[in-house]
Design a protein around this ligand. Structure first.
Ligand SMILES: NC(=O)c1ccc[n+]([C@@H]2O[C@H](COP(=O)([O-])OP(=O)(O)OC[C@H]3O[C@@H](n4cnc5c(N)ncnc54)[C@H](OP(=O)(O)O)[C@@H]3O)[C@@H](O)[C@H]2O)c1
Length: 227
């Protein structure tokens, strides 16, 4: 039996992770959401699959995350194999897409602070809260869903000038995950930031409406070899 915990599981990519992982009835899937009542697509999946448990925790609330990790430990006997930190403040709202040179300084600062708080620090909160059961687990995998937006080389080559706050928070996330890899490698951990590519979720719809640059084929940002 493998055990998985996934943040941002109410919709988008996180929801699809849960749906697919639930297919293996030997596995246990902890689907983490901000608000169960609003998780209208997830709840029917959990009701139909006894191996899916829904937990509530905001990624900016460390105490709530620790409580969720304790609940996981109660169910699994103190172990967790894989954490997938997938949640993000992505980019709904067209002003999020304003080119950096057209953002006012204060709005820009505010957007960057929010993006860091959720996407970078929030991921650290998630990983730190779940480290005790991960250390006791067999697989010891830490997966962070990142983005090509945070890939320096790709931004320079594509000249993509939008989504500055989101991109900066994802670039920081990549470094943060590399630091976890450096710290935890000797304990047998694999820590990897993954770029999912363009996926048809709410975020992607906004991108389409904003007439973004053509979709770019991109490789995963990290691999076990790289880290
Ligand atoms: N879709 C793409 O094309 C694409 C491309 C590159 C990277 N990504 C990355 O892939 C991941 C998933 O993207 P997506 O398109 O599925 O996003 P999405 O549809 O916008 O879903 C984002 C999820 O994150 C949750 N979330 C937001 N703030 C949170 C917080 N403070 N605490 C806990 N959860 C929070 C949301 O919860 P609520 O449901 O409660 O709002 C939602 O479930 C993100 O990390 C994104 O950056 C996506």
């Amino acid at each position: 039996m493998r055990s998985w915990a996934i943040t941002g599981a109410a919709r988008g990519i996180g929801l699809e992770f849960v749906r697919q992982l639930a297919l293996d009835k030997e596995d246990l899937v902890f689907a983490m959401v901000r608000n169960k009542e609003r998780a209208t697509h997830l709840i029917p999946i959990a009701e139909a699959n006894q191996n899916v448990l829904v937990l509530e925790a905001d990624a900016t609330d460390y105490e709530a995350l620790k409580a969720a990790a304790s609940r996981v430990s109660e169910v699994t006997g103190g172990k967790l194999d894989v954490i997938i930190t997938n949640h993000a403040r992505t980019g709904s709202g067209t002003r999020y897409w304003t080119p950096i040179t057209q953002m006012c300084v204060y709005c820009n600062m505010w957007r960057i602070a929010i993006a860091y708080r959720v996407n970078t620090v929030g991921a650290m909160h998630v990983i730190n809260a779940f480290l005790p059961p991960l250390r006791a687990g067999t697989m010891k995998h830490i997966v962070a869903i990142s983005s090509a937006a945070g890939d320096l080389d790709l931004v320079l080559r594509s000249r993509e000038n939008l989504l500055a706050a989101y991109a900066a928070s994802k670039a920081a996330l990549n470094i943060v995950i590399a630091k976890y890899a450096a710290n935890l490698r000797s304990e047998g951990f694999m820590c990897v930031p993954l770029n999912p590519g363009m996926v048809n979720t709410d975020e992607t719809s906004v991108a389409a409406r904003a007439s973004l640059s053509p979709l770019l084929p991109v490789a995963p940002l990290g691999s076990t070899d790289a880290l």
